[in-house]
Design a binder for this molecule. Structure first.
Ligand SMILES: [Zn+2]
Length: 328
């Protein structure tokens, strides 16, 4: 039995159980956080609205809620620039029993610091390989997958470099890749192309956020490449409303694609990207609705069952696909 690395150590792949493929226990701007440690937290004066106890208690609360709804494992794609902290994840996992799978990689849409501008893809891959083989942030916790991203600026020079580094680290270690994408900017096909040029098996590639479009003529050609797709932003209304996400999921299930689909929310238990009042405005404006780790088990799955999703399809998407993506 293949093993998968979690923040509390390796487990047999068949111990993953019901898995949400894309949820964040905490998201913060790591440079701002290091320089102004209390900004955007409950310790700030005046406090930012992150609730009693701050981000740790909120992450625990959300993780417990997921466990109560039958979730056994999450993949947490919090990479560099999102404030990755594997000890934080480990503490939340130990306290709640939720299995948490960490990643290596770089989350950027464009910017790279000098450290990376002046290194080539192989040297960047060395860093990712270190996390996968030796451990993250001087711990024994090993990364189980590699994260990269392309968004509105498209697959420009810096983004291509990170993708090639991710691909080479994947080839050297066997670790799969999760690539944040932006269908509205047509990034998915080019991302897949780069991985193919580097020789990565499509079965190792997950194109996250493909569910931000309901255009089957965009989605199906990606699926034909043999990659995985994430219908993984339920609740983020600003990119695609909930009902359209569900219609897309149903259509893809009817067309027989359950074996390549992940359902998740890309929730962030806490997020410091915006001041509290702006987050409130975004919610009031309807740009995010029920955008939590709970939405898939609590709402998405019951509705899909009602509309004809079979037990086998559900098991494929929520259990078997994670095992296959992480351990093939
Ligand atoms: Zn994410």
């Amino acid at each position: 039995m293949a093993q998968v690395h979690t923040v509390t150590g390796p487990i047999d792949a068949d111990q993953l159980g019901t898995t949400l493929i894309h949820e964040h226990l905490r998201t913060q701007d790591e440079a701002a956080h290091v320089q102004w440690p209390t900004a955007g937290t409950a310790k700030e004066d005046p406090p930012h609205e992150v609730g009693p106890g701050g981000d740790y208690e909120i992450a625990v609360r959300e993780a417990k809620a997921a466990v109560d709804l039958g979730i056994e494992t999450i993949c947490d794609p919090t990479a560099m620039f999102l404030g990755r902290d594997v000890n934080f994840m480990r503490r939340v996992s130990e306290e709640t029993g939720l299995q948490v799978i960490p990643c290596t990689g770089i989350y950027t849409y464009d910017h790279l610091p000098q450290f990376f501008l002046n290194r080539d893809p192989d040297q960047i891959a060395d860093l990712f390989v270190h996390d996968i083989e030796n451990g993250i942030q001087e711990t024994e916790i090993k990364a189980a997958f590699i994260k990269c991203a392309a968004d509105e600026p498209g697959v420009n020079e810096n983004i291509e470099k990170v993708h090639r580094a991710a691909a080479r680290a994947s080839l050297r270690t066997g670790a799969p890749i999760m690539a944040h994408s932006r269908p509205a900017s047509n990034t998915g096909p080019r991302q897949v192309e780069i991985f193919e040029e580097e020789g990565v098996d499509p079965a190792k590639i997950q194109i996250a956020h493909t569910g931000d479009t309901d255009d089957l003529d965009y989605i199906e050609p990606l699926l034909e490449k043999g990659v995985w797709i994430g219908l993984d932003r339920y609740g983020l209304e600003l990119f695609l409303p909930y009902e359209k996400r569900q219609e897309t999921a149903k259509a893809l299930l009817e067309r027989g694609h359950a074996d390549r689909i992940f359902l998740s929310a890309d929730s962030c238990a806490t997020l410091d990207w915006f001041p509290a009042n702006v987050i409130e405005q975004l919610v009031t404006a309807g740009m995010a609705k029920d955008w939590t780790i709970r939405i898939v088990p609590d709402r998405v799955l019951p509705e899909l069952r009602e509309s004809g999703m079979s037990e086998q399809q559900e098991r494929t998407m929520m259990v078997d696909n994670a095992v296959r993506w992480l351990s093939t």
